[in-house]
Design a protein around this ligand. Structure first.
Ligand code: AMP
Ligand code: MG
Length: 341
């Protein structure tokens, strides 16, 4: 920590590279260090979840506020159960249906999990990620890994090893490059510590899927718009923000978009348009990047587009309004937070 040397970056394309990346990562993690690793959602900055000093290095590297708890990653059910003090039927059902996958369960915390992981609270958030590298590293270590997204606190989560290097390259020893992450936004977080399941953070596993597996309705808690009044740990209002001002807006046609750009973008400020249905031509086309109409493909790309805006010194990002369906809930949440950031 604190050294200005750039992180080592290891590819994991061939089986030999994969094996040596896993060994190198596990060696550092056993020694109490932090390592950036790919998961299916975004890249995580991992440390031994059972070692408070190792976890403190995550907070230090990210500049993460101490009241924001960290998700603990496991690679089998027994390891998940070792992190919690209760395993209710709802947890068993969701784990059976959706693990490994982009779903985090908040449960009563086992005494094995240090305070720092849970920001001092009585619960712990646990997830079994679906990513061969992450799973192999956890199994090699034999202990669970605390891992928030591998970015400076408050900034856009990394979906490539290059994003990790740009944000934290001088603050961490190692990044394992597993290519672009397939899901692209952070996990769905469900609180199962009370009587009713509560959706704390929407993600690509949406409420209809959760309800189908649970066999009961799930309470929806946070939206970016109401979040200012929430006091739950870990639900910070300023989060996931690119450097630019982000505005969600719709336009009917070219002329309408042209008016919007003239009205919203001051002279000398660079603007980018992220469109997915209403695609401009002419001069506006040069400002525009196209995203998919499919929510999974949209989610997979959106953070890379926001990172590109940071690198290209964009001052204002106009994001075309996304559809209202629940498949878009996770994406809408991130865009709204980015807009309020
Ligand atoms: P990230 O920064 O993407 O790793 O996300 C971590 C998020 O997981 C936090 O911001 C919380 O929303 C959630 N989380 C982690 N631990 C807990 C917990 N014990 N209780 C409630 N939410 C949690
Ligand atoms: Mg994060």
């Amino acid at each position: 920590m604190g050294s200005n040397a750039l992180a080592e970056i290891l590819a994991a394309v061939t089986p030999e590279q994969f094996a040596s990346a896993v060994t190198r990562a596990a060696d550092l993690l056993r020694a109490g260090e932090v390592v950036a690793l790919p998961t299916e959602t975004v890249y995580g900055l991992a440390a031994n979840a059972l070692d408070a000093l190792a976890v403190s290095r995550i907070y230090e590297a990210k500049g993460r506020p101490a009241n924001n708890p960290i998700i603990v990653h496991v690679a089998d059910l027994a390891m998940a159960q070792s992190c919690v003090a209760a395993w209710p039927p709802a947890a068993a059902r969701l784990a059976q249906a959706l693990w490994p996958g982009p779903l985090t369960l908040v449960l009563p915390r086992s005494p094995a999990i240090p305070d720092i992981v849970a920001a001092g609270g009585p619960t712990v958030a646990v997830r079994w990620p679906r990513h061969p590298l992450m799973e192999a590293v956890i199994r090699k270590c034999g202990f669970p890994l605390a891992a928030p997204s591998a970015n400076p606190s408050g900034r856009t989560s990394p979906t490539t090893a290059r994003h990790v290097l740009q944000g934290l390259g001088q603050r961490i020893p190692l990044v394992i490059d597993g290519g672009p992450t397939p899901v692209g936004i952070e996990s769905t977080v469900v609180d199962l510590s009370g009587v009713t399941p509560i959706l704390l953070r929407p993600g690509m596993i949406h409420s209809a899927e959760l309800e189908a597996s649970l066999g009961m309705p799930i309470k929806r808690l946070a939206t970016a718009a109401t979040e200012g009044t929430l006091r739950s740990p870990g639900l910070l209002s300023k989060h996931y923000a690119p450097k630019a001002r982000l505005i969600l807006c719709g336009w009917r046609d070219e002329g309408d978009l042209d008016r919007l750009v003239k009205e919203l973008v001051p002279a000398g400020v660079r603007c980018r348009i992220l469109a997915h249905t209403a695609i401009p031509s002419g001069e506006l086309a040069s400002l525009t990047r196209l995203l998919s109409l499919d929510p999974h493909q949209f989610a997979q790309r959106i953070f890379a587009e926001l990172h590109d805006c940071d690198t290209d010194n964009i001052g204002i990002i106009l994001v075309e309004e996304i559809p209202s369906g629940s498949a878009w809930d996770g994406i809408r949440d991130r865009l709204q937070r980015a807009a309020h950031g």
